[in-house]
Design a protein around this ligand. Structure first.
Ligand SMILES: [Mg+2]
Length: 121
């Protein structure tokens, strides 16, 4: 079973998204800030991280930066509250595989997740 770590300061979003992803067969965990995300990934690698960019404390960009430094090579799909082209480009430069804007469409998100998890490397 492929594992997905959801990182978002919106607890309701984490819970809803986690439930939806479990229903379609993924193993999920969620955390609500960047520090918890990095601790979790150091202990338990995930196949995929769904990463909110805007969080208090360590934001998504800082998480991406530290993941690179710590050579944590989980794939990352960035989530952000609106279609922000610059953030998409910046996060892609830092290793994110794809980008989804919130409020997310679950079917669209699922297509993106499947696509990213199928890619090698
Ligand atoms: Mg947020």
């Amino acid at each position: 079973m492929e594992s997905i770590l959801i990182v978002d300061d919106d607890i309701n979003l984490c819970q809803a998204l986690s439930d939806e992803l479990r229903e379609v067969g993924y193993e999920t965990t969620f955390v609500n800030d960047g520090d918890q995300a990095l601790i979790h990934l150091s202990n338990t690698p995930a196949d995929l991280v769904l990463l909110d960019l805007k969080m208090p404390g360590k934001d998504g960009f800082e998480v991406l930066k530290e993941m690179n430094e710590k050579k944590i090579n989980s794939k990352v799909i960035v989530l952000t509250a609106y279609a922000d082209v610059k953030s998409a480009i910046d996060s892609a430069k830092m290793g994110a595989s794809d980008f989804i804007s919130k409020p997310y469409d679950f079917d669209e998100l699922l297509i993106t997740i499947r696509k990213v998890l199928q890619k090698d490397g």
